[in-house]
Ligand binder design. Structure first.
Ligand code: SF4
Length: 417
């Protein structure tokens, strides 16, 4: 069966109950490091400011490229003109930080509650600051999960991409620079002449887009961005996500096939990296093989990671929960999962915790809020958010990715000796 057909046929447990996830503001933590002349101005409450500050830590050597324009209680009560306040904050910020070339006004639960229209605010402010692009997106926690912040941010960039019909490969998703450079080298060695990235490292390098653009998703949580790119004429290249030796090979192969790269040349280019990845994985397979794992829905990376852990490291999948299941983007990974695996979409947290307790998995991947209570009950856990913060894509990171799952088991073994 074709991957897309096989993915459609999979039975999925759908749950719509209480959820335990971070909001989309979290994406700022990795996005502000990636786009070096961007600033993320959250229009939110002190709670939003605390979330960012505690999750991102304090930048000792550089001024942070994110901040919060606090909506005070009087704003919430409609007593002050929040727009005027916002204009003032933007004016002060841009006067003090001339290096900012791209300013995101990031919506939050409070800005949505008072119906502050940040789209109109961005439009209003845009003409006033030559050389600075002002855009907006929502990072609110109302009905979202934390990786949707990146999706919303990248989707906001798509209308800004100039029309360009040139043949090119676009890598979509914020990857650490070191990983992005590795992929660029591989594509250059394969002979794909023009490779661009979204997001770019600098605002001025935002690539063009048109009917010659084919794109690979580096992350499985970019559904809105992909849709926007398609409306601009770009074409998605379906593939497994680049985790582990197999996933990375398949991902690179999708581009090589599309760009007419000779199969023998493809194999010779990827062979050294693929072998290094396999050797690194063999090192961890002894510890992970046969161990059971339960994914609670959090990062949206769950399906490709489950495929990697089951097929490349021999782990047993108890349940693969994901906040949202994008069947067509995940089709190749879903089709490669072992037969009969339980997939769930959405969450009813108490029911799911009961299933964890009944199954007693060796490892549970979950959000920070659930990890400590589960550890107290004797379960080994892995924070899902760490998988988004760490360099985990590609051949050279395959061993590190396996180690992220092996480490909690090693720690548990040490504690029980
Ligand atoms: S956006 Fe909403 S969920 Fe996120 S920190 Fe602010 S108030 Fe909390």
């Amino acid at each position: 069966m074709a991957p897309a057909r096989a993915a459609e046929a999979l039975p999925v447990l759908r749950e719509r109950g209480q959820r335990e996830v971070f909001c989309g503001l979290t994406g700022i933590i990795w996005l502000h490091r990636k786009v070096q002349d961007a600033f993320f101005l959250v229009v939110g409450s002190r709670t939003c400011a605390h979330l960012l500050q505690s999750a991102a830590g304090v930048m000792v050597f550089a001024e942070p490229r994110f901040g919060t324009a606090i909506i005070e209680e009087r704003d919430l009560a409609g007593l002050a003109d929040a727009n005027e306040e916002l204009d003032k904050v933007v004016r002060q910020l841009l006067a003090r930080r001339p290096e900012i070339k791209l300013l995101f006004l990031v919506g939050s639960c409070p800005s949505e509650v008072i119906k502050l229209d940040l789209g109109r605010a961005a439009q209003r402010l845009n003409g006033s600051y030559p050389g600075v692009k002002i855009l907006n997106y929502s990072g609110s926690g109302i009905e979202t999960t934390f990786t949707q912040g990146e999706d919303a941010c990248l989707a906001a960039l798509v209308p800004e991409m100039r029309e360009d019909a040139v043949d090119q490969l676009l890598i979509v998703g914020a990857l650490p620079d070191v990983v992005e450079d590795q992929f660029r080298r591989l594509f250059a060695d394969l002979g794909i002449a023009r490779v661009e990235t979204l997001p770019p490292r600098r605002a001025k390098d935002l690539p063009g887009i048109g009917t010659g653009t084919r794109f690979l998703l580096a992350q499985p949580f970019l559904g809105d961005t992909a849709r926007m790119l398609e409306t601009r004429g770009a074409r998605h290249l379906p593939a497994m996500f680049p985790f582990g030796a197999e996933g990375t090979t398949a991902w690179l192969h999708a581009a090589a096939t599309e760009f007419g790269i000779d199969e023998m040349h493809f194999r010779s280019v990827v062979a050294p990296g693929r072998e290094r990845a396999k050797r690194a994985l063999a090192h961890h397979a002894a510890r992970l093989n046969g161990k059971s794992i339960f994914f609670m829905p959090d990062s949206q990376l769950e399906v490709p990671l489950a495929r990697f852990l089951a097929n490349e490291l021999g782990m047993t999948l108890v349940e693969v929960g994901t906040p949202y299941l994008h069947r067509s983007h995940l089709a190749d990974d879903l089709a490669a999962l072992p037969a009969g695996v339980q997939i769930s979409e959405g969450q009813d947290v108490d029911k799911q915790l009961d299933r964890v307790r009944a199954a007693k998995p060796d490892l549970t991947v979950c959000g920070l809020g659930l990890a400590n209570p589960l550890e107290r009950e004797g379960f080994s856990t892995k924070w899902a958010i760490e998988l988004v913060f760490s360099p985990v894509h590609g051949f050279e990171q395959a061993g590190d990715l396996a180690e992220l799952f092996a480490r909690p088991l090693v720690r548990r073994d040490r504690l029980t000796v």
